[in-house]
Ligand binder design. Structure first.
Ligand code: FE
Length: 139
């Protein structure tokens, strides 16, 4: 894959390798993608919040999640304090907008323009492996 921004250097972040599962590491620190319809949070419907698996930064809330049918958790809006970063991803033929944690720069997924119109028309397509879900009341 080629990206027009610096890639993570595994030699420089050994801490992430020890703190994350292999899948979590590959997704968040190497901009990988979990298989479609394999993520643990695809079907999560409880009230609660979604946090960055790396740093605990709040990313989404349950009321922002919807069923897009794309195979990954989808959100139409980000948490007001998330500050999610957007970068141009030219790693495939189709240029996409990559989204990263606003706090630790973890790769989360991509954002597309085919989301529900009443919420602004965006679809955050996010890897389950990049997030930790905490149900309402357990926070
Ligand atoms: Fe983070």
């Amino acid at each position: 894959m080629s990206h027009d921004y610096p890639r993570f250097d595994p030699e420089r972040d050994p801490e992430w390798r020890s703190r994350l599962s292999l899948l979590q590491y590959q997704v968040t620190r190497e901009a990988g993608t979990e298989g479609p319809n394999t993520g643990s949070l695809n079907m999560e419907e409880r009230d609660g919040s979604y946090y960055c698996i790396c740093c605990g930064h709040a990313l989404f809330r349950s009321e922002m999640k919807y069923h897009s049918g794309c195979g990954w958790p989808a959100f139409h809006t980000e948490h007001p304090d998330a500050g999610i970063r957007r970068l141009t991803d030219r790693s495939t033929e189709r240029v996409r907008i990559e989204v990263r944690c606003g706090s630790c720069d973890a790769h989360l997924g991509h954002v597309f323009d085919d989301g529900p119109g009443q919420f602004g028309g965006e679809r955050y397509c996010i890897n389950s492996a990049s997030m930790d879900f905490i149900p309402e009341g357990d926070e």
